[in-house]
Design a protein around this ligand. Structure first.
Ligand code: NAI
Length: 272
């Protein structure tokens, strides 16, 4: 269903790799709500080619950018304003990557070159992106910037590895930069903390299937899907959330406030 919540709004969406990506679903929903945007991803992800299908479907242009490169980000911001015909109202940072996770390197045995690369891609890229937008004065007043995160930033999930630290850093950047963006430009900055979701990045975490089933049983409303996340992001980009800023917003079916659920207890009582 469409409510025209983003009619006339212009933005940039990072991170649509394939149709499972949270950013892919978000782009579809933003389009349905009347928003126009530029799609971007790392040049290496572009080579897989699927993003073209999304661009066609949503009438969007694609600008490749490695989110760790200030040069690429500046080019992206400048070109996006040209294409969209003015300043930007919304930005989605939907980027995460850990080489330690990908290569099965244990948290207690990290390869720090990989750790640094993961931190740059998953967290510092958010600062670089916001600094580029801020210095270029590229955001309209009452614009909205959202990054996606996971609760391993607050609680221990051993197999989430160094991504837990990256997410803690990402969330802190949202608050710290959000202050300056709020005071100086009237722009809000938030993170959405999403349930485990079957995507390329998500499924890379060791034991993901068990993990997602556990979260499903723990959450009173069940796991939030990629579409649920897209809908929440649409709300955060809309004028209905103008003074929500510096927040880490859980979209997790209630998981983050649970201790234990009956469904999980049953598996320990031999009833299931
Ligand atoms: P995904 O694998 O579809 O998306 C990750 C994206 O990051 C890909 O499009 C990839 O090309 C992009 N990326 C990687 N390196 C990049 C770089 N240097 N420059 C630009 N883009 C780069 O997976 P998903 O799950 O949609 O991930 C989106 C966000 O959601 C990530 O921040 C992830 O940590 C977060 N998230 C995912 C959860 C899950 O269980 N899938 C749960 C909570 C948060």
């Amino acid at each position: 269903m469409s409510y025209n919540l983003l009619k006339g709004k212009k933005g940039i969406i990072f991170g649509a790799l394939d149709s499972n990506s949270i950013a892919w679903k978000t782009a579809e929903r933003v389009h349905e709500e009347g928003g126009t945007f530029v799609l971007t991803n790392a040049p290496v992800a572009m080579r897989m080619g699927q993003i073209n299908e999304l661009a066609e479907k949503t009438g969007s242009q694609i600008i490749p950018a490695d989110a760790t490169s200030l040069e690429d980000l500046q080019n992206l911001v400048d070109k996006s304003m040209e294409i969209l015909g003015g300043k930007i109202d919304f930005v989605l940072h939907s980027i995460g990557m850990s080489i330690n996770v990908r290569k099965g390197k244990h948290y207690t045995d990290q390869n720090y070159d990989w750790t640094q690369k993961g931190t740059d891609v998953s967290a510092m890229s958010f600062h670089k992106l916001m600094q580029t937008l801020y210095k270029s004065d590229a955001m309209n007043e009452w614009g909205s910037i959202v990054a996606l995160t996971y609760m391993a930033a607050q609680r221990v999930f051993p197999d989430y590895n160094d991504m837990a630290d990256n997410k803690a850093y990402l969330e802190s950047i949202a608050r710290s930069f959000g202050y300056f963006f709020g005071v100086d430009k009237k722009v809000r900055v938030n993170t959405i903390s999403q349930s485990p979701t079957p995507t390329t990045a998500g499924s890379g975490v060791k034991g993901f299937d068990g993990f997602i089933a556990y979260a499903e049983k723990m959450s009173p409303l069940g796991n939030a899907t990629a579409l649920d996340c897209a809908n929440y992001t649409v709300a955060m980009f809309s004028d209905l959330t103008k003074r929500v800023t510096l927040q880490n917003l859980y979209n997790d079916g209630g998981f983050s406030n649970m201790g234990v659920s009956d469904a999980v207890m049953k598996t320990f009582m031999g009833e299931e």
